[in-house]
Design a protein around this ligand. Structure first.
Ligand code: ZN
Length: 147
């Protein structure tokens, strides 16, 4: 019985490690801050998920946050065009080919997620995740490292 439990625990731990490796938990608050400055994405993951929670208290019209993934060089252009697209489009210009993936805008206490394939990210390119809510991009961004 002891042996069986040990094997079971090992199997569960193995699954847990795999799930952890291909996803990350990110939060954003009412002070326009993400809790992470950097996210490492293993190339070995078929799909990578950023689970995002707005841990603030303000509604999304006032202090909404999202998670957008793009090249560092495209970040400001994507964010600027996103302002014109408005909240109905989650502050991302429809069919913006510079955007690799994005989540909806969520308000205080709400959760969302964004998924993408690490194989879509090129070697040697600098990628970032950021919030495209108007005025947030200068504070809310981090590096997306593919390894
Ligand atoms: Zn934001």
């Amino acid at each position: 019985m002891k042996k069986y439990l040990a094997i079971l625990a090992f199997a569960l731990l193995g699954q847990q490690a795999f799930a952890d490796e291909c996803s990350v938990a990110l939060t954003g608050n009412d002070a326009m801050q993400y809790n992470l400055k950097e996210i490492t994405v293993p190339k070995t993951c078929e799909e990578f998920t950023i689970n995002f929670e707005n841990v603030g208290k303000l509604p999304k019209a006032a202090m909404g946050h999202n998670v957008v993934i793009a090249k560092e060089a495209d970040k400001m252009g994507v964010a600027t065009d996103g302002i014109g697209a408005g909240l109905d489009n989650n502050y991302v210009k429809p069919k913006d080919t510079r955007v690799i993936a994005f989540s909806p805008v969520v308000g205080g206490g709400e959760k969302t997620s964004v998924k993408f394939k690490p194989s879509d990210l090129k070697d040697g390119e600098n990628y970032q995740f950021f919030c495209s809510f108007p005025g947030h991009v200068s504070l809310m961004w981090g590096k997306l490292l593919v390894k």
